[in-house]
Design a binder for this molecule. Sequence first.
Ligand code: NDP
Length: 322
Amino acid sequence: MKAIRFAETGGPEVLRFEEIDLPAPSAGEIRVRHTAIGINYIDTYHRSGLYPLKLPSGIGMEAAGVVESVGPGVTDLKPGDRIAYGNGPIGAYAESANLVAARVVKLPEGVSDDIGASIMLKGLTAEYLLRRTYPLKAGETILFHAAAGGVGQIACQWAKALGATVIGTVGSDAKIETAKANGCDHVIVSSREDIAARVKEITGGAGVPVVYDGVGKDTWEASIKALKLRGLFASFGNASGPVPPFSPALLSPKSLYMTRPGLMAYVGTTEELRDAAAALFAVIASGAVKVAAPTVYQLADAATAHRDLEARKTTGSLILRP
Ligand code: NDP
């Protein structure tokens, strides 16, 4: 089968479209033919070496597809079932994969394969951030960076549905309408506005109880400034580069909290994964979160997709078509 692999870290050009063998599924595994493969910012960290992998390696953590065969001991899935996954194993940029049956979820009828591949990593991230990292309550105001992005579009709609007032940031004026259409009550254009000052203005000087920050290097200081007393800085990504080391004393004037959460710590057990996916499918089924059709690239063109994502040209979810 064909797969994208890389043998050295670097820019998108290190991604190679190769022919590789896939063995039969082992005990507890299923073999899945991918129909849509999710692209996530974390894939660029793996490719660049920010998050080191043993090389050569496959790449990608999210896909949807059809079960082709099951290994010994698998009883709850059968050939023909539609499934999706968003937490690896690394190597989703491929025509097929062998997966641990307990780590995938069946896609409900109302969720297409393309949407399944668009929401399993990003939507489950929105789930834990809003419901478990900082359980958001109706009437609260939040700041969410990269509101027009993949995680951002789902999270901002979900936050709005929970009754929050949502302040979102975007990098350019062209993304304002997208952010507004996806749950943002207020949109701050980070390239030309002072984020913390605008948050203070919007909140009548108080600041927000939580900032969800997937941008990192370029926004972390504004995030801390935008928080109110005892607020939570939820630093969940590094799209602009990692947050540099800083002294905890910086949190002291406002007695702030900080967390650096990751999806695996929230969906590590099968029960957590199933519960989180059920919550995600429920907000989609109710219409509270509407997931736009993703932008589609051919599997062989994964490098182009990475270039567009890193150049901040994209909004919403991107998928690869095998
Ligand atoms: P996005 O679609 O949100 O793409 C990233 C966005 O970040 C860009 O579109 C851009 O939006 C913004 N951005 C700001 N500064 C830069 C910069 N210098 N270079 C590139 N982009 C920049 O990606 P995802 O939805 O896949 O992921 C969003 C974030 O969430 C990432 O940081 C990712 O690592 C993180 N994440 C973390 C998880 C976790 O569990 N910890 C799980 C899933 C994702 P704009 O131009 O509008 O500013």
